[in-house]
Design a protein around this ligand. Sequence first.
Ligand SMILES: [Zn+2]
Length: 216
Amino acid sequence: MIKFKKDIIYFSNELIRRGLVKNTSGNISVKDEKQKSLWITPSALPYEKLTPEDIAEVSLETGEQLSGNYKESSETPMHRAIYLHRKDIQAIVHTHSTYATMFACAGVEIPAVHYLLAEIGDQVPVAPYALFGTEELAQNVIHSLQKANGVLLANHGVVAVGTTIEEAFRRAEAIEMGAHLALGAKMLGKINPLSTEELEQVRAQFANYFQAKVAK
Ligand SMILES: [Zn+2]
C-alpha cells in the first residue's frame, strides 16, 4: 500500500520535472487489486508538497473516497471507469503535455510516425470533448481505449494506461514525443507514418526487449 503511494508521489514529481504538466494539472492513479480500490493524486495540491497520507484511496466498486487528507482528483470517475472496463490496466497517467494537447485541441489523432508509438496503437486516437470530471468524458475515453493504450482528450489533454506505473508513464512520454515529431514532420512537408504491419513487427520486438530487461 505504501509502495503505491510512494510510486505515485515519485512519478507525479517526474511529470513536473519532465515538463508533462504544469502546476497542479494532470493526475496519476494505481489500481490496488487486493483492496478493490484505486490510489490517486488529490485535487489541486502541488505535486512537490505531496505526502503519502495525501494520496486518496477510492473504492472501485462504489466510487466512494476511503482515505486521504484531501478530496480525490476531479478526474477520478474517468480513472475508475477505465479500471472497470479494462481489467488488464494497473496504472493511469493523465497529462496536459503541450504538443499532444495541440493535437487534442485540433481534434487530430497522432499518426505513428515513430516506432515508439507502436505500444500505444496504430495511432493515438481522439476521444470526443466532454466536460472534465464527468461520466460522459469517462465513457468517451473508455470507447477510445478499446484499441489503444493511450488517447487524446479533445480540447483537454492525454491519458496513457499500462500494466505498471512505469509503463503508463513511459507511454505518456511517448505520446508527447510522437506529437512533437509529427508536428515537425508535417512542417517539413511530409508525414510518413509506419504501416500496420511495421507496427506489428515493432510490438513483437518490444515483447523481447522488455522481457529481456526484466529477466536480468
Ligand atoms: Zn485534465
